[in-house]
Write a protein that binds this ligand. Structure first.
Ligand code: GTR
Length: 329
């Protein structure tokens, strides 16, 4: 090879290496928070989201999901994501209430008449209003996951009417509305981290909790609290949220990629959710859970009326939003 060629190819290799270095230097690492374990619909969708983001940005973003809440409990992870210490997460809207007051509306018991209505609300104009409120607090909600309907379970007996909750210590997520909800039925509410509930049920620190079938199954709570009663009191969405600082740092093109990956993840999660709910119900029954189907929820809905009255007294501006949600077909 002539010297000229050697020089030219050295220059070429150097230039390529330079480009590679520049690409590497501008690559960012994203850490994602997920409270669930392997196989759970949200976990599968979050990992597929991370894979799609990494692949479609050609590695400009290297996204990794940390499962089982190892990066902290939900209230803590919300703060970490708001500050940009974490970059993305799947959050239940329950513990979001104390930070983004508008989202408390979603924690009002029996707000939605079914999961379909929740989808229509969250995928439309109202969902966008929730996203705008979250963005003001440092979180960009790109899509909404299912969380089914939450029902009550305990170690003592079936719940057939609100007064059956009397005297029971019930774990709730971190939101005062849930404390009011349990109080309204004469129970004692205990806000507690998700990961601590199994042990607390087992040792009798609490008598019960409330959740959907997939979580009741995943956590093995059915082993220690076998009376599950279909109160279906809460249909609450979960967001796929990006830290606003991480979002703002992206180019328009990468924002499009990330948004599309989040929408695809929600479509996948909802499909898996529907399958998993049926599977989980069967699994808990096979594992010894006694499912008590409550046919008439009216007494439970009536018991929640004082919560609405108090909520509207404190937040009169949110009343039209509740009415709009209820009117959504
Ligand atoms: C699950 C939900 C989690 C968490 C948990 C809880 O159904 O997916 O995000 O909120 O319930 O009860 O803490």
């Amino acid at each position: 090879m002539k010297l000229g060629h050697v020089l030219r190819s050295t220059l070429f290799v150097g230039a390529v290496a330079g480009i590679a270095m520049a690409t590497q230097a501008s690559a960012v690492t994203w850490r994602g928070w997920n409270i669930h374990g392997p196989g759970y619909p949200n976990t599968v969708a979050m990992h597929d989201f991370a894979k799609a983001v990494t692949a479609k940005t050609d590695g400009r973003i290297k996204a990794t999901v940390y499962d089982n809440g190892v990066l902290g409990d939900q209230p803590d992870a919300i703060e970490q994501t708001r500050s940009g210490a974490l970059n993305f997460a799947n959050f239940n809207m329950g513990p979001m209430g104390p930070i983004v007051p508008m989202t408390n509306v979603l924690s009002l018991p029996f707000l939605f008449n079914g999961v379909e209505q929740m989808h229509h609300v969250m995928d439309g104009k109202i969902g966008q209003e929730f996203s705008d409120a979250l963005a003001k607090k440092g979180l960009v909600a790109l899509s909404w996951f299912d969380s089914g309907a939450r029902s009550m379970y305990n170690t003592k007996h079936p719940i057939t009417k609100p007064s059956d909750v009397k005297g029971l210590k019930i774990r709730v997520m971190n939101n005062d509305l849930y404390v009011q909800m349990i109080d309204a039925m004469g129970g004692n509410a205990t806000p507690m981290a998700f990961g601590e509930v199994y042990q607390a049920l087992k040792t009798g620190v609490i008598d019960g909790a409330e959740n959907n079938y997939p979580s009741y199954d995943e956590t093995n709570h059915f082993e220690v609290a076998k009376y599950y009663s279909t109160t279906d009191h809460l249909i609450i969405p979960e967001c796929l949220c990006i830290a606003k600082a991480s979002w703002d740092a992206l180019s328009n093109g990468d924002q499009k990629i990330v948004r599309q990956a989040a929408i695809d993840a929600a479509i996948e999660q909802r499909k898996l959710w529907a399958q998993d709910s049926t599977k989980a119900k069967k699994a808990v029954e096979a594992g010894g859970a006694k499912i008590n189907v409550i046919k008439n929820l009216k007494p439970f809905q009536d018991a929640m009326k004082p919560i609405y009255t108090k909520f509207f007294e404190k937040n009169p501006s949110l009343k039209p939003l509740v009415e709009q949600i209820r009117a959504t077909k």
